[in-house]
Write a protein that binds this ligand. Structure first.
Ligand SMILES: O=C(O)CCC(=O)C(=O)O
Ligand SMILES: [Fe+2]
Length: 326
């Protein structure tokens, strides 16, 4: 069994060679743009047309935006962040029961890694805990308040999405997974990554992050830009399935998480994806002679199979489903 690196307050991670990335994979933090960031969208805008236009523009140009005045109680979000932090602070003996390298497990605690050619794989400077957000029968019993808080949180996040017209395209019984990423302080953030460069394979992600601690970065015009952790905001990003459904109009954008030397950081991603049996492909209304389909059709299960097959690499999953063009 692979060795699982767990940080604890009494036994912090040390920057051993299995965390150190080769030069060409390092974050080069001084090159990250501080001039640009992702759009901020106020959902308390009563001009619906204006709001829809802003969401659409942000989805085309960035594939990422932050929402404020979203109506999810701040106090509930704070309780969720606390419960999740407490999970990561459980004794290693307790957390160990969830550790697995089998990505098909429903509940899993694991380290992301990168396979580097000619070298041992390099671990990411983070721990990740993932489980379904509906149904909720798989939630951990410890810390004691986790289940209650999580059920309440999932309901709040889910309500908005259930009303969303996307549901028609994504089919019944969507795949709903939660993923919490915990990044302990790192002695040298230039040598490591918290989460490697990736796009999200699902349809839509609603992410909560520790207030005041930066870490998330996204690609904009071939440059990395940081996402400011605004008070009581959610970061929304579009996943690969939306890029395919929209025939490339809306972007599933590359992003990564970097570490910092002082403060721990936590992010909780609520992933919303199609059911495994759903047939995905460009929406027919978007296809005509001038806009031929970029992607073929597939069942979401096939996409996920390819996604897991490419584990540890800079994945190119939707590219596998691109149609050949002449
Ligand atoms: O920690 C973050 O902000 C990034 C999380 C993320 O990209 C993910 O869980 O897919
Ligand atoms: Fe992500």
């Amino acid at each position: 069994m692979a060795f699982f690196q767990m940080a604890s307050d009494t036994n912090p991670l040390s920057l051993s060679p299995n965390f150190i990335l080769p030069e060409n994979h390092r974050p080069h933090l001084s090159h990250v743009s501080t001039l640009d960031s992702i759009p901020i969208i106020d959902l308390n805008d009563h001009d619906t047309n204006n709001l829809v236009q802003k969401l659409s523009q942000a989805s085309e140009a960035y594939g990422f935006f932050q929402i404020i005045n979203h109506g999810v109680p701040e106090e509930l979000c704070n309780r969720m962040m606390t419960a999740s932090t407490q999970f990561f602070k459980l004794a290693p003996e307790e957390k160990e029961q969830y550790f697995t390298t089998d990505q098909t497990k429903k509940v899993k605690l694991f380290n992301y890694f990168l396979k580097i050619q000619g070298q041992e794989k390099v671990n990411m400077w983070s721990e990740t805990f993932s489980h379904p957000w509906h149904p909720t029968d798989f939630l951990p019993e410890n810390p004691p308040q986790y289940r209650v808080v999580f059920v309440e949180y999932a309901k709040e996040i889910g309500l908005g999405l259930a009303k969303d017209c996307l549901q028609k395209k994504l089919g019944e019984n969507p795949t709903l997974r939660a993923q919490a990423n915990y990044y302990p302080p790192c002695p040298d953030p230039e040598l490591t990554l918290g989460l490697a460069v990736h796009t999200d394979p699902n349809a839509l992600t609603v992410l909560r992050q520790t207030e005041g601690v930066t870490g998330l970065q996204v690609i904009k015009d071939s440059k990395w830009v940081g996402v400011d952790p605004l008070p009581n905001a959610f970061v929304i990003n579009l996943g690969d399935q939306i890029q395919v459904l929209s025939n490339g109009r809306y972007k599933s954008v590359h992003h990564r998480a970097v570490t910092n030397i002082i403060q721990p950081r936590l992010s909780i991603a609520m992933f919303y994806g199609p059911n495994k049996d759903t047939l995905i492909g460009p929406i027919e209304d978007l296809i005509d002679e001038e806009h031929p389909p970029f992607y073929g059709r597939y069942h979401y299960a096939e996409f996920l199979e390819e996604f897991y097959r490419q584990e540890g690499t800079r994945r190119l999953v939707k590219e596998v489903f691109e149609l050949q063009r002449n």
